[in-house]
Ligand binder design. Sequence first.
Ligand SMILES: [Ca+2]
Length: 398
Amino acid sequence: MGPHASTRCSTHPGTGTRARPSPARDSRASGAALAASLVLVSLLLGGCTAGNTATSPVTSTPSSSSSASPASSPSPSSSTGPARTAEPQVSTVVDRIETPWAVAFLPDGGALVTQRNPATVSLVRDGAVTEVGHIDAARPAGEGGLLGIALSPTFRTDQRVFLFYTAAEDNRVESFRYADGRLTDGRVILSGITKNTTHNGGRLAFGPDGFLYIGTGDAQDRSAPQNRTALNGKILRVTAEGQPAPGNPVPDSPVYSYGHRNVQGLAWDTAGRLWATEFGPTVDDEVNLIRAGGNYGWPEVTGAPHRSEYLDAAVVWPSTADSSPSGAAIVDGALWVGALRGERLWQIPLDGDRAGEPVAHLQGRYGRMRDVERAPDGSLWVLTDNGTESAILRVTPS
Ligand SMILES: [Ca+2]
């Protein structure tokens, strides 16, 4: 199948490729387990039971010239830290759904949810889940499959929906028309993003500038993120037709920022600043404040090493066992981040271009969290990632 083969969308469940229903695991599981073990060892050696700074997230200003030092905060499970907020209220929207990965809200109040492994797009309305399309060209494997979704900023007039998925040859973005409960008229707008069983990126979001931003991963090619002509290890910025957006740092290139390992979340604040989450290796999960043309360091550096040639992360989790930050959304002046391995919802207060100390919510109560999106009513929808037993939650910050 050629890279631009059209994708047939079916409204019939059961057609096309089906993936194993078993829950997928992060490729970093063993490494993170090792890191957790090391932390445990350090705890035992240190003889401490609280105030474990080794696993506490730290924040830094994005400027490498800053003198900001890591916060010596207590562990997130401690109740003595500053600026704690009450646990948010949680209700269940969908109590059982297979591998939901991303959600986009329709103007009519429904929501479209991608499901990675069955490669289906489903309509969620009033708690009911109805399949509206199957991406036959998707080839789910490992962390790949049907991933991100974004609605056109002019959806009311053009009905276009954008999907990121892993195909036979590559990762790609295809737009469809969604009307009358069906996806039709598939048009591949960007292909040739290298795929792998891990590090596929996959997040899609339209920015306040009306252009489509695409988070990609390094697909285990460590040369790609620092190669400014490669599509992997980047945040890309393109038009709805997949062309490089005007004003990109390098003319006629879709690359917006580089040096990323595996971008998973994209969210803009009210001032138009873009914040992005990214998986670290076994250390240094990151939240980054994204600047056009910025180099975020991978694979040369991680975290916030204050090196002049790289932009520091705004938030660093030294242990990926605490986070593995995935989807993100901004509500009430805070960045809310769903954690996969961390199995919690992180609230990160934002103050201009500074990120405050992350606060953990719902730890261990709902399993892994894959996506967080702001719903039209101002609540957060959280998509959990527990294989066939995943759920969609409605979370209302207190
Ligand atoms: Ca980085």
